[in-house]
Design a protein around this ligand. Structure first.
Ligand code: F3S
Length: 294
């Protein structure tokens, strides 16, 4: 059996930073309670680990009074910063720089009088946070069919949730070109997302089965799943090695592996080790050789 690990898989830059800032806070502020504003990342195993270190998640910033609250990589609305300040909540900001850039664009163009469209999931914390930088007035679309219901606008600024697919971006932007006199599209899909999606597509085309590792509620993992399913019929989403469909995998010669941006290395390693143990005498793991599109 051959196992091919996608070149770009697992923790992205923004998630690594958020994890590091949290570990540093636990080390440096032993006398204080450390909270995260919402679960730090969409990975239940990592959240459990943090809880075992005393790091709790809160949903209301005011619950962080006299404590330290870590803002996760998804970012927060402007009003939550203001609330934190008013309530003397100490903040450690781990908003990913790529998300910060989207917030700045939206804030600037909203102030210039543009209507705003965010292409993404309206219930995702990143999108809720971005919308909070234009007084929650953005139109949020996650399907091309929703464009029709929008009014004609004078000036329109379009941004993307950092983890959507280029396919969705292109389809919706093409339709939005007819919806305003002036259209300013900013493709804010982040580089880590592009690399992971491109690596996933490349591996999925070469294998009999594909394993996508990541939290069941992780948005970027869901996108990898969609991409993989396009090229590989036998695509399976697992959170840990426990979830592997071993009976099916035993019959496969080539298995591809990728992982969402919030999947830690130790879970990827456990998944690969469990599959490798099926075929101890004849397994080979290789890094993907494909070229990454930048
Ligand atoms: Fe940042 Fe992209 Fe990761 S926006 S948190 S580098 S998926």
């Amino acid at each position: 059996m051959k196992i091919i690990l996608a070149r770009n898989a697992g923790y992205c830059f923004g998630v690594k930073e958020a994890m590091q800032k949290t570990f540093n806070a636990v080390d440096l502020h032993k006398d204080k309670q450390i909270y995260t504003y919402g679960p730090l990342i969409h990975n239940p195993q990592v959240v459990q680990k943090l809880e075992s270190m005393g790091v709790q998640s809160i949903d209301d910033i005011q619950d962080g009074k006299n404590s330290i609250v870590i803002i996760r990589s998804h970012g927060i609305p402007l009003e939550v910063y203001e609330k934190a300040k008013a309530n003397h909540v100490e903040i450690i900001d781990a908003t990913c720089p790529f998300v910060r850039k989207v917030q700045r664009i939206v804030h600037e163009y909203h102030q210039k009088g543009y209507s705003i469209v965010i292409i993404g999931d309206p219930n995702h914390p990143e999108v809720i946070g971005i919308n909070g930088w234009c007084e929650n007035k953005a139109h949020i679309l996650n399907h091309v069919s929703q464009v029709e219901s929008l009014p004609f606008m004078d000036k329109l600024c379009i941004v993307a949730q950092t983890t959507i697919t280029s396919e969705l971006w292109n389809a919706i932007v093409e339709e939005l070109e007819h919806k305003a006199a002036v259209v300013e599209p900013f493709n804010t899909i982040c580089i880590a997302t592009r690399e992971r999606q491109s690596s996933c597509a490349s591996v999925a085309q070469q294998v009999d089965a594909m394993i996508v590792i990541g939290g069941y509620h992780s948005s970027n993992t869901q996108k990898l799943l969609q991409i993989s399913e396009k090229y590989c019929k036998y695509t399976y989403h697992v959170e840990t090695a426990e979830d592997l469909p071993m009976d099916i995998l035993k019959k496969m010669n080539k298995i591809g592996v990728t992982a969402g941006a919030s999947t830690p290395d130790w879970i990827i390693k456990e998944v690969i080790e469990k599959m490798s143990s099926m075929d101890q005498n004849n397994n080979e793991m290789m890094n993907m050789m494909e070229e990454i599109e930048n």
